[in-house]
Design a binder for this molecule. Structure first.
Ligand SMILES: [Fe+2]
Length: 365
């Protein structure tokens, strides 16, 4: 049965996040955000991340769980990028079950009654985790697990543009490309969900119009990218993602490359591969003011160049090239491949990765 999952309430607009903090007895945040919380600082627990790419490691989440058990919160506001909110979602489930993260990977996320009320307040414009039913964690081998469950949806999500106005150029570029990838993968996934697809297509249009100016510091464009991120998350929370995320989850943690950056590098190659089996890129071209899928690929390559994202996987070096068969084998079995619009065997994925390493697509378009 088609369903459209959302948090209980979405609040968006300037100066909305401090009102949300009033209602909570506990705030989980990063050290840099904690300084901006002013009178609410006393309620704040600092979430400590130990990975270079920012995504939470298993031990980071267990440490947060232990702190939260001691404070026994009734309402938690998780304020930060994807890692802070994802870690808080998972720490809450760990607090209220006798399971481990390993159990979550193999058995899924259990339903929990009477857990604390969770408010997700995103301070970057990319992960969409305030809206989504997903949380990401990196295991001991550097493999990223994207966990999905209705239990992981926040009770309330807040999108306050004042939080993304001062992001660095680099974070704006990476998080914006992640949001754009979410929207494109959701719209082209094998799951047809009318409200989710509508949100995803509008997110593509908003991101397409605003990402370059947002990276260059324009405030209105940064606000629009924050909303594009929110709407892309409505899309992927309900229509799921595809091969770009299946691959980026296998590569990002292993090679310490930010999630949005690796998605941005892969995306033109993925679109080229998928376009043989779906005509949905025609709608995407239309909302971007482009002619066809070839134009989308050219536009993405130019955009990556302008915002400082490399055009090939060669930045990962020989170690990556030698690991291509292993990554392809793992990706073929990834759950997100089921919703990718084109079926891909291990050999197809290997070929795609070699082309992305050697920039074959770039030189032929
Ligand atoms: Fe993503």
């Amino acid at each position: 049965m088609p369903r459209f999952y959302t948090p209980g309430r979405i609040i968006f607009g300037y100066n909305t996040f401090k009102d949300a903090l009033e209602d909570c007895d506990t705030i989980v945040t990063s050290s840099s955000i904690k300084e901006k919380l002013e009178v609410y600082k006393d309620k704040a627990i600092e979430f400590k991340r130990s990975s270079k790419t920012g995504e939470p490691l298993e031990d980071d989440i267990y440490n947060l769980r232990d702190i939260l058990v001691d404070s026994n919160p009734k309402c938690i506001a998780a304020v930060g990028g994807g890692s802070v909110i994802d870690a808080t979602k998972l720490a809450i489930i760990l607090m209220h079950s006798n399971l481990s993260l390993e159990d979550f990977y193999t058995k899924g996320i259990p339903r929990i009654e009477n857990k604390p009320y969770l408010i997700g307040i995103e301070t970057t414009a990319g992960t969409g985790t305030g809206v989504s039913a997903a949380a990401v964690v990196i295991d001991k081998d550097g493999i990223k697990h994207g966990l999905v469950s209705e239990t992981l949806i926040c009770d309330k999500a807040v999108y306050d543009p004042s939080l993304v106005i001062s992001m660095s150029r680099e974070v704006t570029a990476y998080s914006g490309m992640d949001a754009l990838t979410h929207a494109i993968e959701a719209y082209t996934s094998t799951i047809d969900n009318l409200p989710a697809d509508t949100m995803a297509l509008k997110a593509i249009e908003l991101a397409g119009k605003n990402i370059l100016d947002a990276v260059n510091g324009d405030e209105k464009s940064r606000e629009m990218m924050h909303y594009a991120n929110m709407m892309a998350a409505f899309g992927f929370a309900n229509s799921r993602l595809g091969m770009c995320h299946a691959l980026s989850h296998k590569i990002g943690g292993r090679f310490n490359i930010p999630h949005g950056k690796i998605n941005a590098i892969l995306l033109p190659y993925i679109i080229y591969f998928n376009s043989k089996d779906t005509d949905r890129y025609n709608d995407i071209a239309s909302v971007l003011g482009l002619k066809d899928v070839k134009d989308i690929i050219k536009w993405l390559i130019k955009l990556n160049e302008e915002i400082g994202i490399p055009l090939s996987l060669s930045i990962l070096g020989d170690e990556f090239y030698e690991m291509i068969p292993q990554i392809a084998m793992e990706t073929e079995k990834d759950a997100l491949m089921k919703t990718n619009p084109r079926k891909a065997e291990k050999e197809d994925i290997e070929k795609l990765l070699r082309e992305a390493y050697e920039r074959e697509l770039i030189t032929s378009t």
